[in-house]
Design a protein around this ligand. Structure first.
Ligand code: HEM
Length: 414
């Protein structure tokens, strides 16, 4: 970016921040959610009280209604790009990532990736994930004392799993993780001009790293995603740029989300001693329910966007093409129309309604089975080997309105 462009971008960013602050001080619940409150529950209710679809004073149309969010996500008249295929202005998303593409590009990339992540294949990973959890907890116990649950455990597990699954050799793991952390600001929503520039640099560095890794895999293929996709590169159904972008995107999508599911689930259990006691009585029996309830109650990906592809009527409102909608999954997962007593954390909850934490429709998370399995195994291992785990100091949250998670979760094993 040139100095002049940089300056203009900074001024736009400052004007936007001021706009959000003014809207928040006037009580706009969506603008208040963008401020990343520690406790968003009252804002979810306020947001829904404005109706199934309301226009925030920031201009964005917002829904926190479970039923309406589900309808939008399944309706092909809503996409992720502007009409004509343009990216949303100033977005710093990956080029070629399926999440930032509409069909037919998204369909092709998804079809090629899905076999590696299919639920049957993911089940084969369970013993490996159990072993990783065992090793990580063994190291924590050997060290003793207080530790940051996020860096010592929650982060380590998905980093190892995704690295192996993609085919990243071990000597690249540290570099890959550092790049993922820098790219993770993509998921922070509004970032400064400097951070946005660093994200762009990290994406370029990650692409360069994956070009090297793909070359290694070409010489020595293995049981991993890159090797699975090499034939598609050879037959021309996937370009090398797309493969490289897919690898960077998957490290981010598979690590930065699962970390927070594991962290949030552990924190929810410790904050609800009755549920923690019940869980410890039968970790294997309750693991699925505890993960499902965390996805609903403390939704790791709080919101995502859709763009109207043609003029339409929705919930009594006329929305012209290119209108942007925010789907507030965190609020929709607490919608009393979908879940009785939505603000109660109950690992035995039964519901026929789908949680919106992995989205729905054509962009439904391809890693949902893997993420659930990792979190289930992780929670069961924590309950069995760290049954007296305690929080010992206040948490530090990630400053992101998209991702709900912690940077620091100070705990002690006893
Ligand atoms: C707790 C963990 C996770 C959460 C909460 C999560 C959440 C999501 C959400 C909300 C979306 C869709 C966003 C939208 O509709 O705009 C998505 C898409 C996606 N996720 Fe995940 N994810 C998780 C783990 C993973 C993992 C482990 C992987 C890879 C192994 C993964 C791969 C993907 C991919 C490839 C897409 C794009 C699908 C498409 O556009 O067709 N995710 N995820």
């Amino acid at each position: 970016m040139t100095g002049g462009t940089d300056q203009r971008a900074r001024m736009r960013r400052e004007a936007w921040n001021e706009f959000v602050r003014t809207a928040a001080s006037n009580g706009d619940p969506y603008a208040l959610l963008l401020g990343v409150p520690d406790e968003p529950t009252p804002l979810y209710a306020e947001l829904r009280a404005r109706g199934p679809l309301y226009r925030s004073s920031l201009g964005t149309w917002v829904t926190g209604s479970h039923a309406l969010a589900g309808r939008i996500l399944r309706d092909r008249r809503f996409g992720v790009r502007q009409v004509g295929g343009e990216k949303a202005p100033e977005s710093i998303a990956f080029d070629n990532s399926m999440l930032g593409e509409d069909p037919p590009v998204q369909t092709r990339l998804r079809r090629l990736t899905a076999p590696t992540l299919n639920p049957r294949r993911m089940e084969l990973w369970r013993p490996k994930v159990e072993q990783y959890c065992d090793d990580l907890i063994g190291a924590i116990l050997a060290k003793g004392g207080k530790f940051n649950f996020m860096t010592a455990f929650a982060q380590q597990l998905p980093v190892r799993v995704m690295s192996e699954l993609i085919g990243i050799p071990e000597h690249y793991w540290r570099t890959s993780f550092r790049l993922t952390r820098r790219m993770a600001h993509l998921m922070d929503g509004d970032v400064t001009v400097e951070v946005a520039a660093d994200v762009t640099r990290a994406i370029e560095e990650s692409a360069a790293m994956f070009r090297e890794i793909v070359a290694l895999c070409q010489d020595d293929p293995g049981e991993n995603l890159i090797s699975d996709l090499l034939p598609a590169v050879q037959d021309g159904s996937l370009s090398m740029d797309e493969l490289v972008a897919l690898c960077s995107f998957l490290t981010l999508a598979g690590v930065e989300t699962t970390v927070n599911l594991i962290g949030n689930a552990t924190s929810c259990l410790l904050r609800h001693p009755d549920q923690w006691a019940r869980f410890k009585d039968d970790p294997a029996g309750h693991a699925r329910g505890a993960v499902q309830e965390t996805l609903r109650y403390e939704t790791p990906v709080q919101q995502y966007r859709r763009i109207v592809q043609e003029d339409l009527e929705l919930a009594g409102q006329h929305l012209p093409a290119d209108t942007e909608l925010a789907i507030c999954a965190g609020a929709a997962n607490r919608d009393p129309e979908a879940y009785p007593e939505p603000d109660t954390f109950d690992i035995t909850r039964k519901s026929d309604n789908e949680v919106l934490s992995f989205s729905l429709g054509i962009h439904f998370c391809l890693g949902a089975t893997l993420a659930r399995m990792e979190a289930e195994v992780a929670l069961a291992a924590v309950a069995q080997r760290l049954p007296d785990l305690k929080q010992v100091a206040p948490v530090r949250r990630r400053s992101s309105y998209i991702i709900r998670g912690m940077l620091q979760f100070p705990v002690a094993a006893a």
